[in-house]
Design a protein around this ligand. Structure first.
Ligand code: UDP
Length: 254
């Protein structure tokens, strides 16, 4: 089910090659194609939903029709876990590489000044989004982080959050509220936020702020970052508990 990439329209979502895993289309993109696609979305200006899919999301989507249809309607779905790469390999249609939310987010900050990206960080505990913005501004001088807000606002404050994002004139909104809350929030409000790119990024702001360390490179290289996360943050156990089901579901569909 891998489709050919047309050279004339490499950044058009409908042209991107994909692999279908548990009924969800995951695009076969590397980091360079992802960044080029996001750049094209920003140039186009209308709202585009970018999803970074991991194994837990695909398991959740089996029982959550809303999440599944949001993933089906997304403009770009990148492979964000070793489990997704494994499932694609097992089906005989390997994906090029892992394209994680945290790495995309940092690259967008790095390219912000050169490409005119105005980025809003929405999510994580109070103070974390601002700390992440401060870190990015000092690491990438000129990066335009135009607003921050924590992800623990109440339902009745939603309009206020939407107004703040609109007023910031952000063209890229990174929503760090965890799967599936962030995807549902984006789908519900995408047309009111005034942003060209809306992307759910999970725990990215915790990492960019320096509060949570990524696994050492050697652990990432042997694809055991998930194990590192559980050992350093036991709350992650719920997510890891979904992995055996992912393996069973993928294996039963071969
Ligand atoms: N979070 C939030 N609002 C909520 C629930 C969670 O802003 O109502 C934040 C939380 O503080 C953390 C992130 O969402 O920064 C979830 O990170 P995690 O790594 O668990 O995300 P996932 O594994 O779902 O990608």
């Amino acid at each position: 089910m891998v489709q050919a990439l047309s050279s004339s329209a490499q950044t058009a979502q409908s042209e991107l090659p994909f692999v279908e895993i548990l009924g969800v289309r995951v695009h076969n993109v590397d980091m360079a194609t992802t960044l080029a696609t996001v750049s094209a979305f920003v140039d186009a200006g209308n709202p585009h939903h970018v999803i970074t899919a991991d194994a837990s999301m695909l398991v959740m989507a089996q029982e959550d029709a809303e999440l599944k249809s949001i993933a089906a309607a997304a403009d770009l779905v990148t492979p964000d876990s070793a489990g997704i790469l494994w499932a694609a390999r097992k089906s005989g249609r390997p994906l090029t590489e892992r394209v994680s939310g945290v790495e995309i987010a940092e690259r967008l900050c790095a390219e912000s000044a050169a490409r005119g990206y105005r980025i809003y960080f929405l999510g994580a505990a109070p103070g974390v989004a601002k700390a992440a913005a401060d870190k990015m501004r000092s690491r990438y001088p000129g990066s335009d982080i135009v607003g921050t807000r924590d992800g623990y606002f109440l339902e009745h404050q939603t309009m206020d959050v939407i107004e703040d994002v609109r007023a910031s004139a952000a063209n890229i909104l990174l929503v760090a509220m965890g799967i599936p809350k962030q995807e549902k929030w984006i789908a519900a409000h995408r047309d009111r936020l005034g942003c060209a790119v809306l992307m759910g990024v999970g725990g990215t702001l915790d990492v960019l702020s320096g509060q949570v360390k990524r696994a050492p490179r050697v652990i990432q290289a042997v694809r055991l970052e998930w194990l590192w996360r559980v050992l350093t943050n036991p709350r992650k156990i719920n997510k890891v508990m979904l992995l055996p089901r992912f393996v069973r579901l993928v294996s039963s569909r071969q």
